[in-house]
Write a protein that binds this ligand. Structure first.
Ligand code: MIC
Ligand code: SF4
Length: 640
């Protein structure tokens, strides 16, 4: 039978399949520093000496602003842990995990699990690349398979080619416009059709990267001649294999995009799916323009920006900065003169890191309009609560930087041609390769902010919970566990970071939760969209949150809740309407429900009004919850 590309990779990595899930062998893992410290503490707790994957890489790219000792201590811990467990260590300054991984390690046909939601960037090179919580990545490093709910495979046919000034970012913004931030849940997007060959690997990666904003499990492109040329230019010819869907492969759903009809688009505040044509925004005053992030900071992106800026000056009212995606990109830009053009135009050059994308500096002015080539514009993520953040392509961003107002780049005249080199400048000196047999006694240094993992005991049979908060649809993990330069340094210290849970939504939430005893949160659809940060489950767990009653959940966050023993309960519309902050919810027959015998019993209020709730979880997830979380479950398995 003709197979999709997704089916081929899944089949090659299948360890087990149940009605609901595939268990997949994981070839490669990646972590970044903001999720990595927890992942390695978890790996340490599992108790193995070495990772069992083909390749594991630990990147430092998020917490690079060192305003105190915390981040530097984390970097040292990560470097020691990498050496000890047999992991490559990409030093701070080497670049954003997804960009560097694509350049130096990504390989068609492989599976990649990363403790970052934008791991699907690797789909641009034909990998099945999936984002997960740190504990799932730790388990994969320990050789355990990773489980995904059986996905629907969506065939996205790209026809024709993009017009001048329209770019890969506009393709994924068009999909977000059509499908919304919930549209990809439970789906893998597989790109095909004649338009595919017109896109370079980094352009494909822009699209698969932002598939995360659709809520997709992942997105993938075939591996073709374009992929071969990219890998050859990276000096990695041996990593190439051809890979595509069979002729006549059948997809669960189909989408067609005529690239020739696309135009420059922008995602408006405060959601990646609030997409409008840039021409509809023309004239809106812009205060800040930022170019970078794992979505749009490849060499081609920045060369295009440099070419547009050549012999021009950034508008006097615009603060303009770029953060190249990797050291390779920065080194090549400096060698080919592009960096000079950017500096001469007035551009501020930031470190090769996530930087402003995660609120690590460059917060916009009060109420400021910020145009960014990034992938998320959730309210407050920039560091300025009332900032208006728009997401666009580099072409649109640079046009806005020059004009000081929203500008359709097609108004700038002819698009400057940008040629890609036959060979990238390869310099892996910032990647430390672990010794073959590191001493098992090698010490892992940890600073005072690196605290032991909090533990949850076994699951209770009955719980009486206070509703601590009632929330709308599409609550993000940035809402649950905010990031930014002040909070991110606390990622290795759950007790300290838990003080900020829901702080952007309700001041004093953490004190309220701690003083109320066991509690729950009530939410609408797509609860926990966005980041993979398991802190959005771990920190509420520390505050005594035992369950989330939501209309629906985002994939990674749902797994993180289960991994830390928080019950993800689906509530119907009537139940959602009924439950208010301060109400009491009683969960009964939890053990029976987790044994798969009879449904969970959920009642509200003193009169015990019965709510229509379900625990829609797989057999494996029931086992994890029964143990009070994945770590307890794995420890029991490892102990036999
Ligand atoms: C993000 O873009 O939100 C992050 C920061 O990269 C997160 C990971 C984290 O919270 O550390 C993600 O996307 O998973
Ligand atoms: Fe870093 Fe931003 Fe990409 Fe997250 S989305 S990995 S913060 S650049």
């Amino acid at each position: 039978m003709a197979r999709t590309l997704t089916a081929k990779i899944i089949e090659n990595h299948l360890v087990n399949a149940t009605d609901a899930e595939y268990a997949l062998r994981i070839d490669q893992t990646l972590t970044q520093d903001a999720t990595g410290t927890m992942a390695y503490l978890e790996f340490e707790a599992i108790g193995l000496d070495r990772v069992k994957t083909e390749l594991s890489v630990s990147y430092v790219d998020h917490n690079t602003l060192q305003t105190g000792f915390e981040n530097a201590d984390d970097h040292r811990f990560l470097q020691d842990a990498a050496a000890r467990f047999g992991i490559r260590f990409s030093r701070p300054g080497n670049g954003i995990c997804h960009q560097v991984h694509l350049e130096r390690f990504g390989a068609p046909g492989k599976t990649l699990l990363g403790s970052d939601s934008h791991t699907p960037t690797g789909g641009g090179i034909g990998m099945l690349a999936i984002g997960a919580g740190g504990l799932d990545v730790a388990a994969a490093m320990a050789g355990m398979p990773f489980n995904i709910p059986k996905p629907k495979v969506v065939g996205v046919t790209l026809n024709h080619s993009l017009p001048p000034w329209v770019s890969a970012k506009d393709i994924i913004l068009e999909l977000l416009r059509r499908l919304t931030v919930k549209g990809g849940v439970g789906r893998i997007f597989e790109y095909r059709g004649p338009g595919v060959k017109t896109l370079s690997v980094p352009e494909r990666a822009t699209i698969t990267n932002m598939g995360a904003e659709l809520g997709a499990t992942t997105s993938i492109f075939p591996s073709d001649e374009v992929t071969r040329v990219f890998l050859a230019a990276q000096g990695r010819d041996e990593a190439w294999i051809p890979l595509a869907a069979d002729e006549g492969a059948v997809y669960d759903e189909q989408i067609e995009i005529d690239l020739a009809t696309l135009e420059p688009l922008a995602a408006c505040p405060h959601s990646p799916d609030a997409v409008k044509p840039v021409r509809d925004l023309a004239g809106l005053k812009v205060d800040q323009v930022l170019i970078g992030s794992c979505t749009n900071s490849s060499l081609k992106d920045l060369m295009r920006v440099a070419a547009v800026l050549r012999d021009r000056t950034v508008h006097p009212d615009v603060s303009f900065a770029i953060a190249p995606g990797s050291r390779q990109v920065l080194e090549m830009l400096s060698a080919n003169g592009g960096l000079r053009d950017i500096i001469a135009s007035g551009g501020r050059i930031l470190e090769t890191a996530c930087g402003p994308c995660i609120g690590m500096g460059q917060a916009p002015s009060s109420g400021g309009v910020s145009v960014r080539t990034f992938n998320r514009n959730f309210k407050g993520r920039s560091g300025t609560q009332d900032a208006q953040v728009y997401l666009t392509s580099p072409e649109v961003a640079v046009a806005c930087a020059l004009k000081g107002v929203f500008t359709d780049p097609r108004d700038l005249g002819e698009v400057p041609e940008v040629l890609m080199p036959d060979a990238f400048l390869v310099n892996d000196s910032m990647i430390i390769v672990p010794e073959k047999k590191p001493s098992a006694a090698a010490a892992i240094r940890r600073g005072p902010n690196i605290r032991p993992l909090p533990k949850r005991g076994p699951m209770e049979d009955t719980l009486s919970l206070m509703v601590l908060l009632k929330l709308r649809d599409n609550i993000t993990t940035d809402d649950i566990m905010p990031a930014g330069s002040k909070i991110l340094p606390l990622r290795s210290n759950i007790e300290a970071i838990s003080r900020y849970v829901f702080s952007g939504i309700e001041a004093g939430f953490s004190e309220h939760a701690l003083s109320s005893g066991p509690g729950c949160v009530v939410a609408g659809e797509n609860y926990g969209q966005g980041s993979s940060r398991e802190h959005a489950a771990l920190a509420p767990m520390h505050l005594g949150v035992k369950a989330v009653l939501a209309r629906s959940f985002a994939r990674i966050h749902r797994s993180n809740l289960i991994n830390f023993g928080i019950l993800p309960i689906l509530v119907d519309e009537a139940g959602y309407t009924l439950l208010e902050k301060g109400a009491t919810v009683t969960l009964g027959n939890i053990h029976g429900a987790l044994a798969g015998e009879s449904p969970i019993e959920v009642t509200a209020g003193p009169d015990g009004t019965r709510l229509n709730c379900t625990l829609d979880i797989s057999g494996r997830e029931r086992e994890i919850l029964r143990h009070g979380g994945l770590l307890n479950y794995i420890s029991e398995k490892v102990r036999g």
